[in-house]
Design a protein around this ligand. Structure first.
Ligand SMILES: Nc1ncnc2c1ncn2[C@@H]1O[C@H](COP(=O)(O)OP(=O)(O)OP(=O)(O)O)[C@@H](O)[C@H]1O
Ligand SMILES: [Mg+2]
Length: 358
């Protein structure tokens, strides 16, 4: 059953088209992360779902029911927005109970629910404090309890953990994921933190210029994106121009910088066509001798190395001036192997090579 559907949503604001035919269908209880560059329309999409923006065209359906003509307070949506601060003149418990009072729940029912949800976010012991006296993480948890206590059909989170430091963020991510699954609430989370999106969500949607470009499971989107801009946007990648130099029943041979050549099992490319080939840095490994078996490899010299703790980034420059980025385990290389100027070969894991129309 579908928890939330957006169908052909088009939004203009101040005469400018902001959302273009946005379509998305989210199952009940599913968590989808919305990713994309600043200004691509993520917040606008959430505001449209919540009912603060009425789309010029398209439909919003919650549990199969159209709600596009309903005001925000008639949609059962919980919000934790970037700019949706706690009410400063209310205690923690009053903040959490706000939505229940608006919905005219009895005092005793409200009190019980507020207690239950404050316990769930582990804040029951500070229910009488004012928001100013809380830490950033505590405030986020109050905002989350306030959004969840109304038992929303849809939970919309816009950068909910944006203000927290790394450690607290990691901890809150785990808590958020547990709460979301425990309550089974259909959720859309907007975040700039890609790792957060990949770890929290059942599916990730990548948006550019007011359109959803691609949606898929975190792993399929990361490992096998269908669009080069999605590959480029998510994580880091090597994207390089190649030419189709041979076409046969086995597929296409593509050739590119640093002597790169490989056969890919694809039939949708033509001889002499320019293509873009992509591979993630972690799918390149370093070989100090040119491999003698015909593997997908490139040759060059070490240009620079960057130590990043759990991994080492090695930049390799080919004779035709292309830079490849490999991410290897620091333990897998000796200092001599990666000294600047050393001749080196990189082997590309063939299963992870992506090819795109140029
Ligand atoms: N009320 C408005 N009137 C006119 N244009 C607007 C309005 N609100 C947003 N926009 C424009 O719509 C576009 C999308 O904005 P939106 O806030 O949805 O982006 P976003 O993806 O959430 O970005 P960020 O990651 O920076 O939060 C932007 O170009 C923005 O300037
Ligand atoms: Mg935004």
């Amino acid at each position: 059953m579908s928890g939330l559907e957006l169908e052909d949503i088009n939004v203009w604001l101040n005469g400018q088209k902001i959302l273009h035919d946005v379509n998305i269908s989210i199952a009940k209880g599913e968590c989808v992360a919305l990713l994309g560059p600043s200004g691509c329309g993520k917040t606008t999409t959430l505001r449209t779902i919540a009912g603060f923006i009425h789309p010029q065209a398209g439909d919003v359906r919650i549990s199969g029911q159209s709600c596009v003509d309903l005001p925000p307070n008639r949609r059962n949506v919980g919000l934790v927005f970037q700019d949706y601060a706690l009410f400063p003149h209310m205690t923690v418990a009053q903040n959490v109970g706000y939505g229940l009072r608006m919905r005219k729940r009895s005092d005793s029912e409200s009190e019980k629910l507020v207690h239950q949800f404050l316990e769930m976010v582990q804040l029951d012991h500070i229910k009488d404090r004012m928001p100013q006296s809380l830490s950033g993480g505590q405030r986020q948890r109050v905002a989350l309890a306030r959004a969840l206590v109304i038992k929303p059909d849809i939970l919309l989170l816009d950068e909910p953990l944006g203000a927290l430091d790394r450690k607290l963020r990691d901890q809150m991510q785990v808590e958020l994921k547990q709460l979301q699954k425990q309550l089974g609430v259909t959720t859309i989370i907007v975040t700039h933190d890609q790792e957060e999106a990949l770890s929290l969500a059942d599916r990730v949607a990548v948006m550019f210029g007011g359109k959803i470009r691609e949606i898929g499971t975190p792993q399929s989107l990361y490992d096998r994106p269908k669009h080069r801009d999605v590959m480029d946007f998510l994580g880091s990648s090597n994207l390089f121009r190649c030419t189709v130099t041979h076409v046969s029943g086995d597929g296409v041979t593509v050739s590119g910088p640093g002597g790169f050549q490989t056969v890919l099992n694809r039939t949708d490319f033509q001889l002499n066509q320019n293509v873009l080939v992509g591979i993630r840095p972690e799918h390149l490994s370093i070989e100090c001798a040119v491999p003698d078996s015909p593997r997908a490899s490139v040759s060059g010299t070490v240009h620079e190395t960057v130590y990043k703790g759990s991994l080492m980034e090695v930049l390799i420059k080919t004779t035709d001036d292309h830079i490849f980025r490999a991410a290897v385990s620091p333990r897998s290389v000796t200092p001599g192997q990666i000294e600047s100027g050393t001749a080196i070969s990189l082997v590309l894991e063939k299963d992870f090579i992506q090819i795109f129309q140029d």
